[in-house]
Design a protein around this ligand. Structure first.
Ligand code: CAA
Length: 260
């Protein structure tokens, strides 16, 4: 399928989804969100895809937020629909059964920062900038920022960022645990593909189970989370991948997982 606002490529099990509206700093309009939703369905259904990488076209922006031109005149009801749809698409991203890495190559603001927050982790170029500047527009984040940012970096830091709308450099974002790794801009994608290839060699079922355990565990009490982990552990140990992984260790060779 061909898209107008995104580009989806797949190479050797690694999918790359690029937000592609560089003239508008890859801002999220309705058309882009609809295409993203459709692409995520395609990715979820493709068993060959092991890891998804999200990035932005051009050298300036990952995504500079929701499209301000498009949202400016929305009625409250239409605004609620827009936020609901954006949240649903970002949930769809977060619930993909495969690991998702954000390769933040520039501005990740508002909805763009919220998109990155829904990925499993973030690698950023040293020139990237993060922030939730909605307060400066007289609004608040609408695609999950008030919920996911405090869960990741703590409530007080999140409150300060949301109340001031201030931007963080990539180094600052790394210092507070928002970003895992910062790389020079021209090495970002190589670094991301290196970690993606490493992950892609692991067992598909154990990756999915680990992802699910972390995701669900963040939204429930410790006891429930530990029960989810226990069940996932037992399920994984019964798989042929676990047989291969444990046998390979004992035979002092590298495991080759077949996804069973
Ligand atoms: N929506 C629509 N267009 C945008 C945009 C956005 N979020 N961000 C940038 N653009 C457009 C600009 O209007 C401009 O278009 P024209 O060339 O047609 O004038 C073009 O992209 C380049 O932008 P700038 O000239 O502003 O570039 P800059 O380098 O001076 O600044 C920037 C870059 C700091 C990212 C600045 O554009 C900016 O602050 N953008 C808005 C960021 C923002 O407020 N995001 C939050 C949006 S609301 C939201 O996301 C709600 C939610 O939670 C879902």
């Amino acid at each position: 399928m061909s898209y107008e606002c995104i580009v989806l490529t797949v190479d050797n099990g690694l999918a790359t989804l690029t937000f592609d509206r560089p003239k508008a700093m890859n801002a999220l309009n309705g058309a882009l969100l609809r295409e993203l939703s459709s692409a995520l369905q395609t990715i979820a259904a493709d068993e060959e895809i092991r890891v998804l990488v999200l990035t932005g076209a051009g050298d300036k922006a990952f995504v500079a937020g929701a499209d301000i031109k498009e949202i400016q005149h929305l009625t409250p009801l239409a605004a609620r629909h827009f936020a609901q749809f954006g949240q649903a698409v970002i949930d769809q991203l977060q619930q993909l059964p495969i690991p998702v890495i954000a390769a933040v190559n520039g501005y990740a603001l508002g909805g763009g920062c919220e998109m990155a927050l829904a990925c499993d982790f973030i690698y950023a170029s040293e020139t990237a900038t993060f922030g939730l500047p909605e307060i400066s527009l007289g609004i608040i984040p609408g695609f999950g920022g008030t919920q996911r940012l405090p869960r990741l970096i703590g409530a007080n830091l999140a409150r300060e960022l949301i109340f001031t709308g201030k931007f963080l450099s990539a180094a600052e974002a790394k210092a507070i645990g928002l970003v895992n790794t910062c790389l020079p801009a021209d090495q970002l994608m190589a670094g991301v593909y290196e970690v993606a290839r490493n992950i892609a060699r692991k067992g598909r079922a154990s990756l999915q189970t680990a992802k699910e355990a972390v995701r669900q565990g963040l939204n429930c009490d410790l006891k429930t989370g530990l029960a989810i982990e226990r069940d996932g552990f037992a399920l994984c140990l019964a798989s042929s991948d676990a047989q291969e992984g444990t046998t390979a260790f004992l035979e002092k060779r590298k495991a080759v997982f077949n996804g069973g």
